[in-house]
Ligand binder design. Sequence first.
Ligand SMILES: [Zn+2]
Ligand SMILES: [Zn+2]
Length: 331
Amino acid sequence: MEPSSLPVPRGLAFVGPGIWLKGNLHCHTTESDGAVSPSEAAAGYAALGHDFLAITDHDVITDPATVDGHGLVLIPSVELTAGGGRLGTQFHLLGIGMAPGTPLPGKDSPGAVSSAWLRAHGAATFVAHPHWSGLTTDDLLGLEIDGLEAVNAGSTLDSLKGDAFAAWDDGLLRGRAWTAIGTDDTHWHSIERGRAWTMVHAPARTPEAIVAALRAGRFYASTGPEIHDTWAAVSDDGATLRVHVSTSPVASIYVSGPGAHSAMAYHPDATRLSAVPVDAPPPVIQGHDFEIDLRRDGKGPFAGEGTGRTHVRVSCMDWYQRRAWTNPIFF
Ligand SMILES: [Zn+2]
Ligand SMILES: [Zn+2]
């Protein structure tokens, strides 16, 4: 049950009307270094039951009007190369929702300039695979972005450098209101397709509505589980943070705050597996109601370091360690 006085913090995807749409926001085709045509790429995602696809070829916007979308919502997009990483590395910036034909900044344009340019042109803007790129948190802090890829399946398969949860949390700790998508970065010569996706809560099945929802943080992302609902509220006396989560069957559910602050839940039988027959399915939960004591350490647990603001983000993980994660909920 949802408290009637619940505020709607920025980034909370699960409140209000809308439809849930599943899609991939990072995909290459023969327009750059992918192995299949744009229409074949759309067919590949339609076959997975996805609702939308962003074709993000390198430094070129593929015009959806030239593509057989096989029923998908195609969002004109780009993966823009930019320069200026402090260690000499490049940025790859996803611009989701760009007018086809828009002249793009050059590959040597600094990341700070190109990211601001993408957002000024209406694109939801995410840093692709920061770990794979060799970017530092300082590099990311200099950008104007909506967020980053917390999971890039292609980079995970290619080098085990597709995960950016630590960089994301570092940015949140330093006061950035970043969100985090999951993508395949499909090139079609590996097995990336369908490994990571983003669930958008949008008012309509259109590119414009999906991009607006991405910019507003109205989404979660996953490599397996589903998050059906979550909300968070501080008690009137300020002493307790209540967080409600409901999910598909999972091994564990997490509430993560800044720094070392976190809470987790799992099925009671998961701690006494000796009591469970070896051939029994592992015990799962499908939700949890957390009550977190905000006064525990006397210093404002779950408070950001020096930002005067606090947040939590919710995640869950199945027994294969596939996970789903929400955007931060700020207080
Ligand atoms: Zn890239
Ligand atoms: Zn890519």
